[in-house]
Write a protein that binds this ligand. Sequence first.
Ligand code: ZN
Length: 149
Amino acid sequence: MIKRLRSLLPLILALTIAFLTACGGAPEAKAPPTYTPEKIAQLRQYSGPITAARQRMPELATLIADKEWIDVGNFIHGPLGQVRGSMGFISRNLLPKDQDTAKEAAKELFVHLEKIDTAAKADRIDIAERQYAEALKDFDAFLDLIPDA
Ligand code: ZN
């Protein structure tokens, strides 16, 4: 009896491994089949700083509302300026059908941010607030294209 169990052991082990591997692979199966798990991991690495910057956008709204114009400029060129490179990388690594939309959204976002910067220098809160709303739209449009972001 023990001898028979022993001979079954490798089979049980193989089945266990197969089962665990299948379970471990399950979350990846949810992604569109055209993105490899490696690509998803890579995109996620670059999208981290972008989602972090998006979460900080309300800080910019507060600075605009308070007319803290110097801080507005610093925020745009500091924390927000730093995501530009990551957005470029992501745009080039999305599915081909999404690349142009992503590039356009990223380009638009920075056009709006530049306009906020110009409005800040001219003490134009009306323009800054309008451009802020537009910037948010483009920011979210960009994030929508990233799988699992
Ligand atoms: Zn726009």
